[in-house]
Design a binder for this molecule. Structure first.
Ligand code: M6R
Length: 611
């Protein structure tokens, strides 16, 4: 949530920052702003998208070689010019941007108000900034000293960048809980919430750790901890290409990312799964096989779509590995004082690797002795680094706010894990293991088949786009897919949608059914097929409109449904990797036909780095 960018070096800072903000806009788009340092310290900010900021500064001299920029997802204070970042300190000498939440800001604000401070915004950021400035004034501290002292009193999460009028060329940065990457160029440095604003200029980066302060000048990067001890920056090479973060001819990132799935699933399997020899190699699992085999239980911890992947993993691990699994919303798990024992394995699932609730839930579990395994997409992210071991989902940068390719990447990783562990444990026999390995290898081609012609799904989207509510139903492995379908529709079409286990609908939701309610059934051929056929009939008997995801060649479900989206046949364990694709497309086309900016739907942000 919130994207931050900084630049110091020989280039003009504004164009670098502006481009960076556009790349980070997926993290929040309530307002944006820049601060440029030359002889003066100037701040420009605007409610709305980055393009509105860009328009608002046309004709203004934006010259300067050092600057910071911010794109906001509002927490404290409504989206407005006033609450947009950067904020000036009371003296006007310092400008600051912030991603995160300062939890004890009201207390600090009171202290400052008692000293005569007045605030121009409703933000916690302006409070922290003036707190830093007050400490600087009090004992004639440098900004760096004041920052260090202030951060020791702060409760909450932050990634902050500061520039100061009397300190040309220098950006001070600090993080706790919110991400910060520093790109190292020749005589220049780039700072950002993720690597996307940086890769065009350099592939050498440093991921700043929690409780570190960075003093960044064009030709110098110093890292210190809050105890003022120097830390050695760990320089890593980015494994990412610019093309991966561009639309590549698609109208939206979401559509591009949906269509990338044959390749991203293939990339996820590549080098790990070999069908011909029925082998699965995953070093994170291989090196910890005993831990998995002896696990008393596995707890999946995640949020949103990643939580749905966790739910599917519960079905996979319980069936294939016979290990008890619990699936937890990270936000509940972190506060519930859960029972965590030494033999517990926590599998953290996250696209961004930065989701605040998941991160803190893991920190707590780690402290209590649990083994943490990360299934993460963003390489080098906080969750990846916090985990004892892990497996990347290798879906590449996901920019559309609605998660698509990251989800199928997570499922591919989790399926490989369950197969590998189950086979080693002997809870799955060789024949079934080999069948599933071969089937998994065939998934990318089957996804390609679904994506080859989307016109039928577009037609269905057009037909139902004005519905007020949708119900999504599925059984077994298809139940989490129903939940995911409903979430996708809600977030990018603003249509109310609910997912339910199909059998559960008789315990309440069936009261909603009438001729106006589209009911999406995930009804592929599996062990529950006959039961789902009955459920479809129950909906039809009440005049509900049935849209079914059915297996190619099926004649019974299509004979009953109003509309059908077909997927190729697959074993039920792996079928969600296919049946979710029509769900993604249906939501996408409904959203687009309603004129919604599906890449940046209202109120959402890609990375939820506040709790
Ligand atoms: O980055 P994460 O996977 O940890 O994010 C979790 C959720 O915030 C995310 O899946 C969210 O629900 C998406 N908008 C769903 O499309």
């Amino acid at each position: 949530m919130c994207g931050i960018v900084g630049y110091t070096g020989p280039r003009e800072a504004y164009p670098v920052i502006l481009k960076g903000l556009k790349r980070l806009e997926y993290r929040g788009y309530d307002s944006s702003g820049v601060a440029i340092l030359n002889d003066h310290l100037s701040v420009y900010k605007k409610k709305g998208r980055v393009s509105e900021l860009e328009e608002s500064v046309v004709g203004i001299n934006m010259h300067g070689h050092t600057g910071i920029g911010h794109t906001r997802w509002a927490t404290h204070g409504e989206p407005s010019d006033r609450n947009a970042h950067p904020h000036y300190s009371a003296s006007g000498n310092i400008a600051m941007i912030h991603n995160g939440i300062i939890e004890n800001y009201t207390l600090i604000k009171k202290e400052l108000q008692n000293k005569g401070y007045e605030f121009k915004s409703d933000t916690d950021t302006e409070v922290l900034l003036n707190f830093i400035e007050e400490i600087k004034k009090e004992n004639n501290n440098t900004l760096e000293e004041a920052l260090r002292i202030a951060l020791k009193r702060v409760v909450g999460a932050y990634c902050i960048l500061l520039i100061e009028k009397d300190n040309p060329g220098t950006i001070l940065a600090a993080r706790k809980g919110s991400p910060l990457v520093i790109g190292i160029g020749k005589g220049e440095h780039f700072l950002a919430s993720d690597a996307s604003p940086i890769i065009e200029y350099t592939k050498e980066v440093v991921y700043v750790n929690d409780y570190e302060i960075a003093i960044v000048k064009p030709d110098e990067l110093i890292l210190k901890n809050l105890g003022n001890e120097k830390q050695t920056p760990f320089i890593q090479k980015l494994d990412m290409e610019l093309a991966a973060i561009e639309k590549g001819g698609y109208e939206h990132f979401m559509l591009k990312e949906i269509h990338e799935q044959p390749q991203t699933i293939f990339d996820c399997l590549r080098g790990r799964l070999i069908g011909s020899s029925a082998t699965i190699t995953m070093s994170g699992v291989d090196n910890n096989m005993d831990t998995f085999m002896n696990a008393s239980r596995i707890v999946m911890v995640a949020c949103g779509t990643s939580w749905h992947a966790g739910l599917l993993a519960e079905y996979m691990f319980e069936e294939l590995c016979r290990i008890p699994v619990e699936v937890e919303y990270a936000s509940e798990f972190r506060y519930r004082n859960p029972v965590i024992n030494k033999g517990d394995v926590i599998i953290a699932i996250s696209q961004s690797g930065e989701t605040a609730d998941t991160l803190v839930a893991l920190e707590n579990a780690k402290e209590k002795g649990a083994f943490i395994f990360g299934v993460v997409n963003a390489v080098g992210s906080s969750i990846a680094r916090l985990s004892h071991a892990g497996a990347y989902s290798h879906a590449g940068p996901e920019i559309g706010v609605a998660s698509t390719k990251a989800f199928t990447g997570q499922l591919a990783v989790l399926a490989m894990m369950a197969l590998k562990i189950g086979y080693k444990k002997g809870t799955i026999d060789e024949t079934r293991y080999k069948t599933l390995v071969r089937e998994l290898e065939a998934i990318p081609e089957k996804v390609k088949e679904i994506l080859a012609d989307t016109s039928n799904i577009q037609r269905i989207a057009e037909k139902y786009k004005d519905a007020k509510d949708f119900l999504y139903l599925g059984r077994g492995y298809n139940f989490p897919v129903a939940l995911e379908g409903a979430l996708k529709l809600k977030e990018i079409s603003y249509i109310h949608a609910e997912g339910y286990p199909a059998a559960e609908m008789k315990h309440g939701p069936i009261a909603l059914v009438d001729e106006n309610l589209p009911v999406v059934f995930v009804a592929t051929k599996d062990r529950y097929y006959d039961k789902i056929v009955s459920n479809v009939q129950e909906i039809k008997a009440r005049r509900g409109k049935v849209i079914a995801v059915a297996t190619e060649g099926d004649t019974i479900i299509p004979g009953m449904a109003d509309d059908v989206m077909y997927v190729p046949d697959a074993d039920e364990v792996l079928a969600p990797l296919l049946s979710v694709i029509p769900m993604q497309l249906l939501s996408y086309y409904v959203g687009v036909s309603k004129g919604i900016d599906v890449d940046k739907p209202r109120n959402l942000a890609k990375s939820v780095t506040v709790e």
